[in-house]
Design a protein around this ligand. Sequence first.
Ligand code: NAI
Ligand code: NAD
Ligand code: ISE
Length: 344
Amino acid sequence: MTLRFGVIGTGAIGREHIKRISNKLAGGKIVAVTDVNQASAQDAVKSFELDAVVYPNDLALLAADNVDAVLVTSWGPAHEASVLAAIEAGKFVFVEKPLATTAEGCMRIVEAEMKHGKRLVQVGFMRRYDSGYVQLKEAIKNNFIGEPLMIRAAHRNPEVGENYTTDMAIHDTLIHEIDVLHWLVNDDYQTVQVAYPKKSKHAHENLKDPQIVTLETKGGIVITAEINVNCKYGYDIQCEVIGEEGIVSLPEFQSISFRKNAMFGTHVLMDWKDRFIDAYDKELQDFMDSIKKTGEPNGPTSWDGYIAQVTADAAIKAQDSGEKETITLQEKPVFYSKPTEAVN
Ligand code: NAI
Ligand code: NAD
Ligand code: ISE
């Protein structure tokens, strides 16, 4: 059975996912696309030679009988409306992060999905599928470094545009660490605080960059995460877990090493699109395979999207207050407690 996809949002990552479903992965086909910028949707169909209809908006696309599932790859503020409409239409949804831009919005999705009665939604927290993070999780689970005490993380982008604002450091960028780090140590967050080191001269006028976010878990693990989105030298994701008996670190991106012109070195990536290619492939393959096998997606849930957003909202509050803010989650519904196979 082929899962027939409609794509809502044909920008950067929408196009990446269209390419992988059309050319690389098994079991999916793009049959419909839409974008508020209709020329972009038409261009995607042409560029990737898709046998797909261009719809004027998400609701028209969702009404198409031949659409089984949607990829929501529009910008974050548009996600909630499209996901709710997809649930209403009973279609499967793969939605890029964030699930919605507020915790209340995520909760509306959680409630709609529970009312529907079975899982339809998977959130694009692809790092849970990255082999480096999976190895870290295995090592921690197997007690290789004893009890984890601290995590040091860094999320560095070479540069960002003028439209990137201080809060986006949290809800657009750190959101990946927010999701993957509590999953890594199987713990929940309790507090968050944000500090601003000396501002980079490369950051535009209204952007505070870099930022240091400190998260504490209920179990007492302290996480310091650097967000540095004008670091210039590359796209660099670091994670080191310090335990009672040792330390485990995320593998570096694999590249040749070189000896040249009196240097010994290796390459650093420049674009987020290249860093987690295997994880993007795996998350979407898992989405398709699990729907076919069990009738539900298997990856990060709407509840995971809600946890990330509650944490992000508290961190954004902490950006302004300078205080340690509390992270308060509602109780996890039984609906989301069922263990899933690969990643939860
Ligand atoms: P983009 O700006 O390149 O593309 C967004 C597209 O959505 C644009 O073409 C825009 O016209 C369209 N759009 C916006 N609102 C829409 C609506 N209501 N209906 C239909 N189309 C709409 O953005 P990009 O970089 O592709 O990001 C899209 C999403 O993917 C974001 O949520 C972002 O957070 C996420 N993302 C995830 C990454 C990951 O590593 N998982 C990496 C990059 C982006
Ligand atoms: P983008 O700006 O390149 O693309 C967004 C597209 O959505 C644009 O084409 C825009 O016209 C369209 N759009 C906006 N609102 C729309 C709406 N209401 N209906 C239909 N189309 C709409 O952005 P992007 O970089 O592709 O990011 C898109 C999403 O993907 C964001 O949520 C972002 O957070 C996420 N993202 C995730 C990762 C990741 O690593 N998982 C990486 C990049 C982006
Ligand atoms: C982007 O949306 C992503 O998701 C990337 O992974 C992240 O590095 C970048 O900062 C975001 O803007």
